[in-house]
Design a protein around this ligand. Structure first.
Ligand SMILES: Nc1ncnc2c1ncn2[C@@H]1O[C@H](COP(=O)(O)OP(=O)(O)OP(=O)(O)O)[C@@H](O)[C@H]1O
Ligand SMILES: [Mg+2]
Length: 352
C-alpha cells in the first residue's frame, strides 16, 4: 500500500523535474518541447485525481513562468507572456482538471465495485453458512427429538414412582432442549430470513421469563445482576423466542466482556417522542474500541478466539425484521450499553 503511494509520488516528481529541465536546456520559451509541460499534470491527475492534477499543473505553471521570465530578460516582453504562456498555463490547468475529474469518477466507481464485491463475498459466505446451517439443524434436531421423547418417558416414570425432586430437573432439561432446538432453527435467520411470528408482547414480561436463567449464570460468574423495569410501557409486536434470543445474545456478550466480574444491568423504557419501547443491556466490561464500532454487526466479525461473530449479525437481522433497531454506546475500559428499540403497538390488535 505504502510502496504504491511512494512509487506514484516518485513518478510524478520525476516527470515534473524532467520536463522542466528538458524544456529549460532546449531553449525555454523557444523550446520545441514546451508541449511536454502537459505531461506532469496528466501524470498528477491520473495518480491523485482532480486535486493532484491541479497542484502539479500549478507547480508546472510556476516553473514555466519563472523559466520564461528568465529567458525574456526584458520586462516589456510581458505581453508576449500573455500571448503565449498564459494560454499554456490555462490549458495545463484545464487538462489536469478534466483528467482529474475522470480519475475521481473512476475512483468512485472502483470503490463502489469494491464494496459491492465485499457485499457479494459476504452474501456468498452467508449462503454457504445457510446451507451448512440447514444441514446441521436437521442433523441436530433429529437426535434432540429422540432425547426429548425418552426424557418425557422418564418423566412419566419418575412421576409414577413419585421420586421427589427429579421431576424438576427433567423440566429444566426439557426446557433447555427446546431452547437448543429454537437456537438451531434461529441460526437460519441470517441466511434465510424466516417469517417472524409476531404476537402482542409486554417486554417486561419477556425479561421476567429470562430472569432465572440470567440470575443463575450471573451467580456462577460472580457478576452483580439487576433489572430496572420501566413503567407504563405500551406493548410491542414481537416474536417472543427470537426476541429472547437477541437479549440472551447481548447478555452473553456482556458476560464475555466481564471476565473479571462486574455489573450487568438490563432495563426497559418507553420514549414517547419516538414511540419506541427500548430494552437496554449494560455491562461494566472492557468496552469496545472506536475503530471496530461500525464492524460489530457484520457477519463473522469477532475479536474472540472462539467466537463465530454471528451473534450481533443475527440479532440485528431479527430486530430489523421487527422494524426496530439496535444501538450501542461504549467507553473503553468502562463498559458497554446496547439498546434494542422496538416500535410500540397502539393496542394488542396486530392488524393495525
Ligand atoms: N458487550 C460487549 N463488550 C465488549 N465488546 C463487545 C460486546 N458485545 C460485542 N462486542 C464485540 O463485538 C464483537 C462481535 O460480537 P458478536 O456477538 O457478533 O460475535 P462474538 O461474540 O465474537 O461471537 P458469537 O458468534 O459467539 O456471538 C465481539 O467479538 C466483541 O469484540
Ligand atoms: Mg456474541
Amino acid at each position: 500500500m505504502w510502496s504504491a503511494v511512494i512509487v506514484d509520488l516518485v513518478i510524478t516528481f520525476i516527470s515534473i523535474v524532467l520536463v522542466i529541465y528538458s524544456v529549460h536546456i532546449t531553449g525555454s520559451y523557444q523550446s520545441k518541447f514546451k508541449a511536454l509541460y502537459f505531461l506532469p499534470p496528466i501524470v498528477g491527475a491520473i495518480n491523485y485525481g482532480r486535486k493532484g492534477g491541479l497542484i502539479v499543473s500549478a507547480i508546472c505553471s510556476a516553473a514555466l513562468f519563472i523559466d520564461t521570465w528568465g529567458s525574456y530578460k526584458y520586462v516589456d516582453t510581458f505581453n508576449l507572456l500573455l500571448d503565449s504562456d498564459l494560454a499554456y498555463i490555462f490549458i495545463l490547468m484545464l487538462i489536469a482538471w478534466l483528467i482529474g475529474s475522470m480519475e475521481d469518477v473512476e475512483h468512485k466507481i472502483r470503490q463502489n465495485l469494491l464494496s459491492w464485491n465485499q457485499y457479494l463475498q459476504n452474501a456468498e459466505r452467508l449462503s454457504i453458512i445457510g446451507q451448512m446451517a440447514a444441514g446441521t439443524a436437521h442433523e441436530i434436531r433429529n437426535p434432540l427429538t429422540t432425547i426429548k421423547g425418552f426424557l418425557q418417558l422418564l418423566q412419566l416414570k419418575i412421576n409414577n414412582d413419585k421420586q421427589e425432586g427429579y421431576g424438576e430437573y427433567l423440566d429444566i432439561i426439557l426446557t433447555e432442549i427446546d431452547r437448543m432446538n429454537s437456537i438451531v432453527s434461529d441460526f437460519l435467520v441470517l441466511a434465510k430470513p424466516t417469517e417472524t411470528r409476531l404476537e402482542c408482547l409486554e417486554v417486561n414480561i419477556l425479561l421476567q421469563e429470562i430472569l432465572s436463567l440470567v440470575t443463575s449464570e450471573s451467580l456462577l460468574r460472580g457478576i452483580d445482576f439487576k433489572i430496572v423495569y420501566g413503567k407504563n410501557l405500551p406493548p410491542v409486536a414481537g416474536d417472543k423466542e427470537k426476541l429472547k434470543q437477541v437479549i440472551l445474545n447481548l447478555i452473553n456478550n456482556a458476560f464475555q466482556a466481564m471476565q473479571e466480574g462486574g455489573k450487568l444491568t438490563i432495563g426497559t423504557y418507553y420514549d414517547e417522542e419516538t414511540e419506541h419501547v427500548t430494552i437496554w443491556i449494560e455491562d461494566t466490561g472492557k468496552g469496545i474500541p472506536e475503530e471496530i464500532m461500525d464492524k460489530l454487526f457484520e457477519p463473522f466479525f469477532t475479536t474472540k478466539e472462539t467466537g463465530t461473530g454471528l451473534g450481533l449479525a443475527i440479532s440485528n437481522q431479527i430486530i430489523k425484521n421487527h422494524k426496530g433497531r439496535i444501538r450501542v454506546e461504549s467507553e473503553l475500559g468502562k463498559g458497554t450499553k446496547f439498546f434494542i428499540d422496538l416500535p410500540r403497538l397502539k393496542d394488542c390488535n396486530l392488524d393495525e
